[in-house]
Design a protein around this ligand. Sequence first.
Ligand SMILES: Nc1ncnc2c1ncn2[C@@H]1O[C@H](COP(=O)(O)OP(=O)(O)O)[C@@H](O)[C@H]1O
Ligand SMILES: CC(=O)OP(=O)(O)O
Ligand SMILES: [Mg+2]
Length: 399
Amino acid sequence: MADAIAVLNAGSSSIKYSLFLLRGDALELTLRGQVEGLYTRPRFIAKDKDGELLEETTWAEGVEMGHAGALDHLVPYVRRHLGRDNLAAIGHRVVHGGMDFDAPVRVTPAVVQQLRRFVPLAPLHQPHNLAAIDIVLQRLPDLPQVACFDTSFHRGNPEVAQMFALPAQFHAEGVRRYGFHGLSYEYLASVLPDVDERAAQGRTVVLHLGNGASMCALQGGRSVASTMGFTAVDGLPMGTRCGAVDPGVILYLMDQRGMDVRAIEKLVYQQSGLLGVSGISSDMRALLASDDARARTAIDLYVYRIRRELGSLAAALGGLDAIVFTAGIGEHAAFIRERVCADAAWLGVELDPAANAKGGPRISVAGSRASAWVVPTNEELMIARHARALVAGSGRSVR
Ligand SMILES: Nc1ncnc2c1ncn2[C@@H]1O[C@H](COP(=O)(O)OP(=O)(O)O)[C@@H](O)[C@H]1O
Ligand SMILES: CC(=O)OP(=O)(O)O
Ligand SMILES: [Mg+2]
């Protein structure tokens, strides 16, 4: 019988989960998987520590399982797998930590109450993150839970990178650029020294291209700027989110089209991005497989916005040594990587097409002035590391 840490990572289109056994100082992966396509085509998978498929269940296209349905499926499975091992803690990804949470924290009812204030700032994530925490608080109140935030990794950004040019009082009360996907970037920064010394030490842009998408400028492994802002709707176009739009568009929609807050929220979070532009799907796989001109337009816009943001982040860094692709699209869509790298030729990126087709890790040619890489992210491992440190560091036994 061993102690185990379970991790839940509720993204906008998926719930990813992992189970780790505590072996002395080491975290030993024993189960990993996800329920993906929660609002398009749900699919549950479970893999063992070697990546061998243990179970796969798929549902029909158009089934909207949602986050609650996914948890209903997932929890009994993880519980069965746990067997006689002892669940010592649960680590959760919580997307928004606001100004107060610049590091992971042990969950208490008071913490949950504080985090609930950020639900309007992350409507696709925060309610689901907190729902899972709430269920555990009710059913297993003594089980240590740790909340790890997407925003924490960026809290050390230079002041100007965190500011909007609004009257100063708004900045003081927390209306500022936070940035997200921080657990993913923190994980990548932790493994880059094993991938490439120059990428780890130098000026590196990581492209986290999933259903949510953002990019982060790392200087020596520390975040100095990113594309998301006050909320996770800013920056790049995403599966269903619009990314950066002129605030004047919102004013126009309210004033001239009579749209209220809820209608605009739905528009910018759920009806825009790849789905809105293509009118076909939020799922990059579906768009890449389509020969519809609207799918092509959506992909063109996606790649164009990445090109623009890459220039902006390279400017923030004062140059570029490496780019790193990660998350669902970044790890698996060779065609998107090829287009992004072609657009980045002016920054010194020279793609190696064969390496790109193979999926890396290095996808640039040997002499490329700026190198390019594919490195799978692992937000769940990052969360487990934090959970272990916090629970063990609390002076209490994890049992
Ligand atoms: N083989 C693939 N080719 C292209 N895109 C893929 C592939 N596998 C997954 N994706 C895309 O990755 C995205 C989901 O990424 P993921 O990081 O899992 O999302 P999230 O964590 O935001 O829910 C979807 O747009 C999906 O189409
Ligand atoms: C912050 C965010 O957009 O997360 P995800 O990509 O998991 O939806
Ligand atoms: Mg994600």
